[in-house]
Design a protein around this ligand. Structure first.
Ligand code: SAM
Ligand code: SF4
Length: 332
């Protein structure tokens, strides 16, 4: 079996594919001022191109594909690309997932499941209507909650819920989210606020740390660390000591970096490979594919790019410069 390796010996098994830069939300930690001019359509990878390069990635040992964005469900008919990608299960793909803000799920969760999607991660930053609106820019908490219920009904299991915890906004809800995980039997993922907002307003003092998140939950619902090999997992995972349903994961890239175990690369909607969330350079797979390169030449290009993957991020270094593209462009 092939495997992509970087110069530090890390095996790359996980590819995140952004389907679009566009989004119908305005999360203040991501895209507060709306989308900058969107890449023209001809610069975006077509579904045929995405299928072609994903097939190559799978042949090189990628086992997990996650569709993201922007809001991936804003791209027309994503069921089509899911149906194409699911065929790669025959070649070693193990997991096909989607990260979404949940807005379109009430009507479309069933269609995603029948197209072959394995599971969804849904973002939900607050259980309070006013805070949800303040954090996402849209007043649609009820719709997202209905989306979570629809995903569950459709059998898109297990459901993960992402909450970015930002001091002064939603840290008082951490334990309530744990209660939500128990009640709805979902896997909560708490994420530290990273310097990936398009407004470049990130401030270290706004980061509510993984340790603080743990303490808030553990006070109300004692936690037991899950005895799973962390491997390339980005989250530290816990179950509830009393045996209740649900799971907690804490993702702390700022205060407890996990770069040594990173197995990810990303493909932006306009076809650029990014070897780290915080990369300051991108590598145009689109240009290589469109130049008429052979499959072997494309493989060589991918291998050489992966080899250059950064050792770690530099958020905690004095001279840190945030990438110019926000999370919505990079594909979270
Ligand atoms: N629109 C979809 C969504 O919101 O789920 C998918 C794309 S979004 C960029 C993917 C994930 O990145 C979301 O869970 C979001 O909360 C997270 N995210 C965005 N900006 C972030 C930041 N500055 N720090 C930490 N997480 C962030
Ligand atoms: Fe849109 Fe997701 Fe970014 Fe929020 S986090 S603005 S929903 S891309």
């Amino acid at each position: 079996m092939s495997v992509l390796r970087d110069s530090f010996g890390r095996a790359i098994r996980d590819l995140r594919v952004s389907l679009t830069d566009r989004c119908n939300f305005r999360c203040f930690y991501c895209l507060p001022h709306g989308e900058p001019p969107i890449a023209p359509k001809e610069k975006m990878l077509s579904y045929e191109e995405i299928e072609y390069v994903c097939g190559i990635f799978v042949s090189l040992g990628i086992e997990k594909l996650r569709l993201t964005g922007g809001e991936p469900m804003m791209r027309r008919d994503i069921e089509t690309i899911i149906r194409k990608l699911v065929k790669f299960k025959a070649d070693g793909l193990q997991d096909l997932a989607l990260t979404t803000n949940g807005y379109f799920l009430p009507d479309r969760a069933r269609g995603l499941k029948s197209a072959g999607l394995d599971r969804v991660t849904i973002s939900l930053d607050s259980l309070k209507r006013n805070v949800f609106k303040q954090m996402t820019g849209v007043d649609v908490l009820e719709k997202v909650l209905a989306g979570i219920a629809a995903a569950k009904d459709a059998g898109l299991d297990p459901i993960k819920i992402n909450a970015v915890i930002v001091r002064g906004h939603n840290e008082d809800e951490v334990a309530d989210f744990a209660a939500f995980a128990r009640e709805h039997d979902v896997k909560m993922r708490f994420i530290e606020f990273m310097p990936l907002d398009s407004g470049h307003e990130w401030d270290r003092k706004d980061v509510f740390s993984g340790r603080e998140i743990y303490d808030r939950i553990n006070e109300r619902f004692p936690l037991v660390k899950l005895d799973v090999k962390r491997g390339s997992e980005t989250s530290a995972r816990y179950r509830f000591a009393d045996g209740a349903a649900g799971e907690i994961g804490i993702i702390a890239p700022v205060t407890e970096p996990f770069c040594g175990a990173c197995s990810r690369i990303r493909l932006t909607a306009d076809g650029q490979i990014r070897t780290c969330l915080f990369s300051t350079v991108e590598h145009s797979l689109r240009d290589v594919v469109r130049s008429g390169a052979t499959r072997e030449e494309i493989v060589e290009f991918i291998e050489s790019v992966v080899y250059k993957k950064e050792p770690r991020h530099f958020i905690n270094d004095p001279g840190f410069v945030a990438p110019s593209r926000s999370m919505s462009f990079i594909g979270g």
